[in-house]
Write a new protein. Structure first.
Length: 117
């Protein structure tokens, strides 16, 4: 027992546990686009989205595809969408993005969750 105390294993273990705990809390409170996807109905406002999910990773005019270097095809465009808000989410095993489309009055008209291997 004296060997463990002298070597510093206990303080290191306590520090590691506290660091992981604080990290998890920060990540969970940083932004939550999945919660916004579940809780915000169509017709919600842009301000409501920001209050739930935080500020987006980027905003487009609704013509940009999941990969920002590509444009959407005509069939992928959402009628009335003039602002599309994107959240990239890296906390899962599968890469994913959340998209929220707003009309000219900042009213949510479409939302989707994209994921891929």
């Amino acid at each position: 027992m004296d060997k463990i105390k002298k070597s510093g294993y206990i303080p290191k273990a306590v520090f590691l546990i506290l660091a992981v705990f604080v990290g998890v809390i920060l990540i969970l409170n940083f932004k939550n686009p999945s919660k916004a996807m579940r809780e915000l109905p169509i017709g919600s406002t842009y301000d409501q989205l920001i209050s739930v999910a935080g500020h987006p990773d980027y905003v487009t005019d609704g013509t940009v595809d999941v990969k920002p270097e590509f444009k959407k095809s005509a069939g992928q465009l959402i009628p009335g969408c003039v602002k599309e808000v994107w959240y990239e989410y890296y906390l899962s095993f599968v890469p994913s993005k959340y998209s929220f489309c707003f009309d000219k009055n900042d009213i949510l008209i479409h939302k989707y969750h994209w994921s891929s291997w």
